[in-house]
Structures are given as C-alpha cells and as structure tokens.
Design a protein around this ligand. Structure first.
Ligand SMILES: Cc1cc2nc3c(=O)[nH]c(=O)nc-3n(C[C@H](O)[C@H](O)[C@H](O)COP(=O)(O)OP(=O)(O)OC[C@H]3O[C@@H](n4cnc5c(N)ncnc54)[C@H](O)[C@@H]3O)c2cc1C
Length: 438
C-alpha cells in the first residue's frame, strides 16, 4: 500500500484503453464488474441483441487482468499465464482472432544453493512433483469426506518435498493444509500459453465497444420487486436481471442485497477463503537465466522464492511471486511496496549473491490483497466446501446470476475460468429472458 492507501499496482496505467460505448437507456441486464467474467457476459449478451449495461468500479476494464507499460515493455500485474490451453476459452478465442499466442516452454531452470542445478537435481524435482500430482489426483477421486489437500501428499518426497508443498501452496493461494482436496486437482496446468502484449491488454481489446461505465461502483442490489434495482453513488439503475461478477472477497463486505441472499447462497460465498499471490516485477538484465519464459525451480538457502519466472518474452523482466506467507510478513512490517522490494532483494541476494543482483530493480509490486475491488488474488475452497462453486451456478430469484473465477470448477482462480463462467451466466440469463421468466 502507498501512504494514501492505494494498492501499489493501482498507480500504474493500463497499456491499452478500449473505446467504450455509452450505456443503453433501458438495459435488460446489468453486469456488475468488467473483468474477464463481466466482459464475457457483456459480449455474449450483446451478440444476442440484449441491451446490457456494465458497471465497473475502477477507472479501467480488466479487473485482475491488467497490463501496464514498464520501460518500453508490456508487463502484466495480474494474470499472465493462459492456463489449461485445451479448455481455456480465451486460448480458443485468441487463436480465432489471430492474437499472438506463444506456448509456454515445458522445460525450466533449476538453481540450488547458489549455483545452477545439476541434471540429477532437476530430475529429482520433476519426480517429486509427479508423485505429488498423482497422489493428489488419487486422493481427490476418493469417495468419502473432503480433507486438506496437504494430507494427500506422499510422506517421503525426498529433498524436494518442501518445495512441492511450497509451490502448490503458491498456486493455490493458500497453504495446502487450508485447501480442499476434492477441489484441488480440478485445474489442468498443462499446455499453457502466453500472449504478446499481455493478458490484460487482450481483455481490454475484448472490451472494445462494449457499453461499460467506469468508476461506477455498485453498492447494493435490490431484488425485492419484479426485476433488479442496482444502487450506485451516481444513482440507481434498473433491469430485468443482473450478472454479478465481483470477487467473492468483495461480496463478503461491500455489496448489500435487499432482501438478503438465501442462506445457502450466502454460506457458499462466505465459505471461500482469500487466496494471495502477488507479483514483484524484476528488471534484471544480467540475470543468469537464458531463454524466454522459463520457470526457475529453486532450493537451498534460508528463504526460497515460491515462484520465479525468468526473462518474460525474452526481456530482462522476471516475476518473483510472493506467496501468502511472504505477503503476511510484509504486511506485518507495514505492508508497503518498498518493504516488499527490500524483502525480494534480500532473498535474491541470498541465492545469487549481492554482486549478481546489482543491476536488479523492481519497478512494480502488486498488492491485490489491499485493493478494495479485489481484496485478494482469487477465492480458495477450504476443506469441506467443495460444493460452493456449483452451488453458486443457480440463479437467485430468477434474476441474480453470479459469475467469475470462483465459480469455475475446472479452471478455478483463472481468467479463462472467469471468462467461461461469464459466458455461461449470460447464456442462462438470455435463455431466461427469452422465456419471459425474468
Ligand atoms: C497477481 C495475480 C496473478 C495471477 N495470475 C494468473 C495467471 O497467470 N493466469 C490466470 O488465468 N489467472 C491468474 N490470476 C487470476 C485471474 O487474474 C483472475 O482469476 C481473473 O482475472 C478473475 O476474473 P473475474 O472476472 O472473475 O474477476 P475480476 O477480474 O476481479 O473482475 C471483477 C470486476 O469487478 C469490479 N468490481 C468489484 N467490485 C465492484 C463493485 N462493487 N461495483 C462494480 N464493479 C466492481 C472489479 O473492479 C473488477 O473489474 C492471477 C491473479 C493475480 C492477482
């Protein structure tokens, strides 16, 4: 956070600002939020000729996908990987639109106790990850009560065992002991892509010409009448139905429903936990890693980065990924971007030596956990809460639909999953409107 209370990433400007259309006078559907899910919902409804009004709290589109320009390069401060290529709708759409997608390399680097990893170490690391994945997939398929994903990790994963738990905790957004085993292996990480110009810029292109009003935060949704009345500081707006795409963590605190949401819906929303994952963007021309877009598996040392992505698109930019433990320690010490920078430099110095990081600078650090419009990086399903994503698929009162990353079973926590859920909700609304029910 800055001293003014604005999260660090919010000071950066988007690399691409789409031209937006004015809101229609009499929308049939209101979409709350113009992230991946909201953009998908608006595109789907518009394509069906349904008048839609999108209300977005921030002064830009894209939500947790956000590309900015740093030192002449487009850099993502939120989502960066297009995960799960075969099922990610944004990969399919990207190919169809002629977007410049590049497949993520399968190989990576290893860095062990201050030196490049040996082939045997790289193989041992890969074996440990394979064994863990198999065990967790088996565990998830078990009948019986849900349990923490950590309980399915094989006990003897060798020297890389701690690393396996650390990395899975990072990509889960919380330690595996706090993550549902039944929910865990739903995401297909294989066959990932990156996109030239950044993921956020891609979503901004997809928002082109949509009727989106920026800086229009929704404070309440009244569904006591026949349709919905959506409250904003600029006044109310009415429609027959609403698609709510704001993050679960925002729904916990800053959006009031009148009447209150039904108990099971509220319980599903409140049962998620806050996932934390932040980028520290490193600019490191003399980095020892060559080749574009390789992950670095690191071991040894007192503190080890959970995630390091080297030479993004062949540039000097790297991502150092901060996990929930690092974010908590930074917050306990005051929570500002400079503390995050000092922490990252200290860890990098431990592994590479102070001389090697002399030209390393950190032009941006994200703080989505402090952003009032996200309050976290994604929603996490804790043990015992595995039905929540599906529970939120049903409309409330035939006029409120939820969408967003938290509802995606197979692509949880991702922009692709959010996009798919936005399109799904919009199709359901369109079907209901054409039946005259909403
Ligand atoms: C650092 C980081 C790295 C990530 N890396 C990846 C990755 O590599 N690949 C990947 O696929 N995913 C990644 N993710 C996750 C991905 O960004 C999200 O899952 C996805 O963007 C969520 O889309 P959404 O539409 O569900 O929500 P959002 O993008 O959060 O969109 C919701 C929108 O609602 C708006 N809003 C909130 N409250 C209100 C309100 N009251 N009124 C009006 N508008 C409101 C918000 O401003 C926002 O624009 C990452 C996330 C973070 C934070």
């Amino acid at each position: 956070m800055s001293p003014t209370g604005t999260p660090a990433h919010a000071h950066h400007r988007p690399s691409l600002v789409p031209r937006l259309a004015p809101l229609p006078d009499d929308p049939a559907v209101i979409v709350v939020g113009a992230g991946a899910a909201g953009i998908a919902a608006a595109r789907t409804l518009t394509a069906r000729g349904i008048a839609v009004a999108v209300l977005e709290a921030r002064g830009r589109v894209g939500g947790r996908t956000f590309t900015t320009r740093l030192r002449g390069h487009d850099v993502d401060l939120g989502a960066h990987w297009l995960h799960a290529g075969p099922i990610n709708p944004l990969v399919k759409l990207g190919h169809a639109r002629g977007e410049s997608l590049r497949r993520a390399p399968q190989d990576g680097h290893a860095w062990v106790s201050g030196r490049p990893g040996r082939p045997a170490e790289r193989q041992a690391s890969a074996r440990a990850f394979d064994r863990a994945d198999q065990a967790m997939t088996r565990g998830a398929a078990e009948q019986g009560p849900d349990r923490p994903a950590a309980s399915a990790l094989p006990p003897a994963l060798g020297p890389w065992g701690a690393r396996v738990a650390q990395v899975h905790g990072l990509v889960s957004g919380r330690p595996l002991g706090e993550v549902s085993l039944h929910d865990f292996p739903s995401m297909e990480y294989g066959d990932n892509f990156f996109l030239a110009g950044g993921y956020g810029a891609y979503l901004a292109r997809l928002a082109q010409s949509l009727p989106i009003a920026l800086e229009r935060p929704v404070t309440g949704i009244d569904w006591s009448g026949t349709g919905v009345t959506v409250q904003t500081p600029q006044g109310p707006l009415q429609a027959r139905a609403v698609v709510v795409t704001v993050p679960m963590m925002v729904l916990w605190e800053s959006l009031a429903f009148t009447p209150a949401l039904p108990g099971p819906v509220r319980a599903a929303i409140d049962g998620f936990s806050r996932g934390i994952y932040e980028h520290a963007v490193l600019h490191w021309p003399s980095s020892p890693f060559r080749g574009a877009d390789r992950l670095v598996a690191m071991a040894g040392g007192r503190r080890t980065p959970s995630g390091l992505l080297a030479r993004i698109d062949g540039t000097p930019f790297h991502f150092y990924e901060l996990d929930i433990h690092e974010a908590a320690a930074i917050d306990a010490a005051g929570g500002d971007a400079d503390r995050a920078r000092r922490h990252v430099r200290a860890v990098m110095a431990e592994h590479f030596g102070p001389r090697a990081i002399r030209d390393l600078s950190i032009p941006a650090v994200s703080a989505w956990r402090h952003d009032p419009w996200s309050r976290g990086s994604w929603a996490v399903v804790p043990p015992g809460h595995a039905g929540a994503r599906q529970a939120l698929h049903a409309p409330v009162g035939d006029r409120i639909w939820f969408a967003g990353e938290a509802l995606s079973r197979l692509q949880w926590g991702t922009a692709g999953g959010a996009y798919e859920e936005g399109a799904r909700a919009a199709e359901a609304v369109a079907a209901r409107l054409s039946n005259g029910a909403a």
